[in-house]
Design a protein. Structure first.
Length: 149
């Protein structure tokens, strides 16, 4: 079984062969971020840590896209969107809000939770279950909404 880093290395080679400059540059940037993190932490990243790093990079792109759109710089935003699409192709399928809400309802019933003070008891199992598959902010919003109702 190949690791995510090996997949990235192979994909950058294939992008170079095919002449896809956008894909090549985006994957090179990802590999550089992985290597920099490994040097900083003096360790080899496993797949879970690499996915977490890719999620940070994706989030950074989303914020940059929003900034560019607010500034009226659509051409730069388009370039960032292309990079974001490439990054997201390496991430696991993201959980939908409905999927998170359904699981949160099950946990609320199982654990007998109610009221906004129970947010921590609900967040802990949800975050563990959806780690790498959903943004913590989305999970928190769903949990808060369900506990208030």
């Amino acid at each position: 079984m190949t690791t995510l880093k090996e997949t990235l290395a192979e994909d950058v080679k294939s992008a170079m062969r095919s002449g896809d400059r956008t894909r090549r540059d985006a994957i090179r940037m990802l590999l550089a971020a992985v290597k920099q993190t490994e040097v900083d932490q003096r360790t080899q990243l496993d797949d879970a840590q690499t996915v977490a790093l890719l999620q940070k990079e994706a989030k950074r792109r989303q914020e940059t896209i929003a900034d560019f759109e607010r500034a009226g710089r659509g051409d730069e935003a388009a370039g960032e969107r292309a990079e974001l699409a490439i990054i997201e192709s390496y991430l696991p399928n993201q959980a939908t809000e409905d999927e998170i809400a359904e699981r949160a309802r099950q946990l609320i019933a199982e654990l007998g939770l109610s009221g906004s003070r129970a947010i921590g008891q609900l967040m802990k199992p949800l975050m563990a279950e959806y780690q790498g598959r959903a943004d913590g902010r989305l999970i928190n919003q769903v949990a808060q909404r369900l506990l208030k109702s």
